[in-house]
Design a protein around this ligand. Sequence first.
Ligand SMILES: NC(=O)C1=CN([C@@H]2O[C@H](COP(=O)(O)OP(=O)(O)OC[C@H]3O[C@@H](n4cnc5c(N)ncnc54)[C@H](O)[C@@H]3O)[C@@H](O)[C@H]2O)C=CC1
Length: 283
Amino acid sequence: MKILITGYKGMLGSDLVEELKNENYHDLILTDVEELDITNLGQVKEFLNKEKPEAIINVAAYTDVDGCETNRDLAYNVNSIGPKNLAIIADEINAKLLHISTDYVFSGDNSKPYSEDDKTGPNSYYGETKLQAELFIKKYAKNYFIIRTAWLYGFNGKNFVKTMLELSKNNDQITVVNDQHGSPTFTKDLAIAICELIKTDKYGIYHLTNGDNCTWYEFAKKIFELANVTIDIVPVTTEEYPTPAKRPQYSVLSNEKWKRAEFEPLRSYIDALNSYMGLELNK
Ligand SMILES: NC(=O)C1=CN([C@@H]2O[C@H](COP(=O)(O)OP(=O)(O)OC[C@H]3O[C@@H](n4cnc5c(N)ncnc54)[C@H](O)[C@@H]3O)[C@@H](O)[C@H]2O)C=CC1
């Protein structure tokens, strides 16, 4: 299957490319903004019509959640118009479209894991633009997969695990938010799942994260424990740590639909973190 990837240089994109190669997908067209700017419909149309991929995996996005509050045009163009363009042209050339969305489409008022049918209600502009992308894809593409995932970390680029380890080098004490709940997810595990899903015609929307959940504070504690770092971690509330974009308090995603579709569930976030830390710290 000929697969085109958009945003391949990003955190998820780079692990995805490695995993696709491991799974013997060799007919890959790798693009990032330099090769294919997804916000430009004319370019998307020309590029896709020339390459004629059978599947498109969109891992391109503007992912600076706080930055989206102020850079609204950029956020809307990359996160909403980009996926819309891909959906329109994917449909024209009869290609499958697999798109990545986020737990931030939810408000976070739930106290039990969100299912795919639960009411959305983003409380950040990033979440709004990602939700709009989902609506465009549903409207314009027939053969689409949307995966909502959360709290990603991987080898390439900045992420929470690396930030914690970096902070511990110059600080004896750090403060970490302890009232936002989610499921940290290793991009390598997600990439393996994407390779499985793209083979199928089980179209639709799926929630997919590593198993179990925690707060950022609990996640930080686990990171330092695995890295054998002794540091004083002070739990704080969201109110005590204000950010430009409001995050959901509780955005745990139920993976039940994924399991019902007979896909392999992802391992627990602790097992995944353990594996990541082993690999990351020994690099
Ligand atoms: N990082 C996280 O914690 C989470 C991410 N997601 C979603 O997962 C997906 C992947 O995220 P990351 O790998 O963290 O992103 P990233 O920020 O590491 O990579 C995004 C890539 O998109 C490219 N890009 C930006 N504008 C573009 C354009 N106009 N045309 C083509 N490419 C463009 C960038 O150059 C970059 O290589 C995104 O859809 C994101 O919204 C979902 C939940 C959590």
